[in-house]
Design a binder for this molecule. Structure first.
Ligand SMILES: [Zn+2]
Length: 614
């Protein structure tokens, strides 16, 4: 793993990077390249519904205005024979049906007969046949545009060995036209076993094919011989980025392995770039897959590149199937104008998306040795803040707080979390403003830090599947080994945070981990690797109950957004963002939850996904 630069966070090496147009709405000081996720490792989409494009979402139908004075025909959606699950109590409501009015709000709860009577000719009526309705599931931390770009090619994340990779590549090569580039992502370097990571094992299958295979950390890639030839890369290079490298063998010939952005860019710039239309379609496809997986909303943790323009276009076209809150980044070095621009940007958006909050980074990652820990890790790393001057971060948090802007700070190590909380405490002392700040990731924290979340009213945003899939119960993984036993035993303390009174929000951080929300809920409960549920859980004492997990994707995100009076519950007047599941997520065993079929999703009372047999 490569260290994260202090100046700019790690950049993914997705092909669209070099030519991505600057975002017209990005405040000064923000990067214009689509940057990654938070520097964690990429994970496969093994849990995702694979046939992305086949999810039926024809776009929202155009609305036919009802005849004036006719109350019946203002009903947009009616759901019958439902079990209505209230995450506030964990109980089913006594009613079996609900109606949604044309303003996208739940207008009535009742029995089937009462609610059916509210339907008019323009109403969508669905008999759920006993399926379970929950308030719409919201991913508390997600990167849709980056994810869609990064995962556009062949998915190699499911490959466990070289033969698997070769088979996948061969299948893809057969599909390609002559001379066409092959793009892939999610390659796990562990497939090489003890062999050096390089393109040699794939030379035969990629003979003459220009190929670019992104490794799962998105910080390095393999280029095929033909791709290197087209790029004119035939030996070592030197880069301004100290960690970038064209890896070469003893004879000085490239092995195909390109380390870090600058090296990858040598090949990327000769590869074809997706058109804007293709990128927009890729985003739409990813969002449809999210809706099909049960998501109705997301707290988007970047506004990089032309993200906002893409959301705006999809929204205007009626093709945005999720309600999105987008937090643009504030990087170290942001000046007063930059902060002002971030403040002015707040509240802009469209019908289903809005710029809300600001995302900051307090550190990098434990795996890369770039987290900020109170004591160095066992490699002597993870000793410093992402901001060269942490006091500058504190000052900006204060300015945003006084302007009523909620901050969301990536803070993984204990020192980073402490500093983020200290800064919120200072900001709160300077002005009484009803702003709900949040901290993202919180991977290892001591007891005395835990309780401060509730005391300061700071939301804890957790990604339990990172614990499940990237660490091991026996602490033989890189994350745990770097931290050592004591701190590794304080991993992802979801249970302790809930018990201490904090509001916990759950998310995937897609594309770092798969987005299907049932997998996230399941991971929060079982804390086992999703690919092998037979393995031991990592920190089982930190597992959430089914109800606590469900709250983390319903009432929790609503509270974090300051919308608990209108979102996250099934009640009259609340938004009709709804997820319908084939089984009760509270009583389904954690190890089976990820496989529960999603029957329907609705946003604003409009159906965004409907199972074909429903
Ligand atoms: Zn993230």
């Amino acid at each position: 793993m490569r260290p994260v630069s202090r100046v700019s966070p790690p950049c993914p090496v997705s092909p669209p990077c070099p030519t991505s147009p600057p975002c017209p709405t990005s405040p000064p000081g923000l990067p214009t390249r689509p940057l990654p996720t938070d520097g964690l490792r990429l994970a496969g989409l093994s849990g995702c519904p694979r046939p992305y494009a086949r999810t039926p979402f024809p776009g929202f139908p155009s609305h036919v205005p009802p005849p004036p004075g006719d109350p019946v025909s203002t009903t947009r959606l009616v759901l019958l024979s439902a079990r209505l699950l209230d995450p506030a109590t964990g109980a089913f409501l006594p009613q079996t049906a609900l109606a949604v009015s044309d303003d996208g709000r739940i207008s009535a709860l009742g029995d089937d007969r009462e609610i059916r009577a509210l339907a008019g000719p323009g109403t969508t009526v669905v008999d759920l046949k006993g399926a379970v309705v929950t308030p719409g599931l919201v991913d508390g931390h997600v990167h849709p545009v980056t994810g869609a770009e990064l995962t556009g090619g062949l998915d190699l994340s499911g490959c466990a060995d070289l033969d698997d990779v070769r088979a996948e590549l061969a299948r893809e090569v057969r599909r390609l036209a002559r001379g066409e580039w092959l793009f892939a992502w999610g390659l796990d370097p562990n497939v090489f076993g003890d062999r050096p990571v390089g393109v040699a094992p794939f030379d035969a299958v990629l003979d003459g094919v220009p190929a670019f295979l992104l490794l799962f950390d998105a910080h390095s890639a393999l280029a095929s011989r033909r791709a290197l030839e087209l790029a004119g890369v035939d030996g070592p290079r030197t880069f301004a980025q100290a960690s970038a490298e064209v890896v070469c063998d003893a004879d000085g010939r490239p092995t195909g392995l390109l380390q870090e952005d600058a090296a990858c860019a040598l090949v990327e710039r000769v590869a074809p770039q997706p058109t804007r239309e293709e990128r927009r379609e890729g985003l739409a496809v990813a969002l449809r897959a999210m809706a099909a997986a049960g998501l109705t909303g997301g707290h988007v943790m970047d506004a990089n590149g032309d993200s906002l323009a893409l959301y705006g276009e999809l929204d205007a076209a009626g093709e945005l199937p999720l309600r999105l809150r987008v937090a643009p980044w504030c990087q170290p070095g942001t000046d007063a104008d930059g902060v002002r621009a971030l403040i002015e940007q707040q509240g802009t958006g469209g019908a289903l998306w809005r710029v809300t909050g600001v995302k900051l980074f307090m550190d990098g990652t434990i795996d890369n040795g770039t987290a900020w820990l109170e004591r160095p890790d066992r490699n002597g790393e993870s000793t410093g803040a992402f901001w060269p001057d942490p006091a500058a971060y504190t000052q900006i948090v204060g300015e945003l707080h006084r302007a009523g802007v909620a901050t969301a700070t990536h803070a993984i190590g204990d020192a980073a979390v402490r500093h983020a909380l200290d800064s919120v405490e200072k900001a709160q002392a300077s002005a009484t403003v009803g702003v709900r700040h949040r901290v993202e990731h919180i991977e290892t924290v001591p007891d005395d830090t835990l309780r401060r979340f509730a005391e300061l009213g700071v939301v804890a945003s957790m990604q339990p599947t990172h614990c499940c899939d990237f660490t091991r119960a026996d602490h033989t993984d890189n994350w745990s080994r770097r931290l050592g036993e004591e701190r590794a035993s304080l991993a992802w303390r979801c249970r302790d945070l809930v018990d201490s009174g904090a509001t916990v929000v759950l998310g995937s951080d897609w594309p770092i981990a798969p987005f299907p929300p049932l997998g996230v809920l399941a991971g929060a409960r079982h804390r086992r690797p999703s690919r092998d549920l037979g393995q031991a859980p990592h920190g089982p004492e930190q597992a959430l109950t089914g109800l606590e997990a469900l709250r983390g994707m319903t009432t929790g995100p609503a509270y974090a957004a300051g919308e608990e009076h209108e979102a996250g519950r099934l009640a009259v007047g609340y938004r009709a963002d709804l997820t319908v599941l084939a089984a009760d997520p509270l009583t389904t065993p954690a190890t089976e939850l990820a496989d529960v079929p999603v029957r329907l999703t609705a946003v604003d009372g409009r159906v965004t996904f409907r199972a074909t047999d429903l």
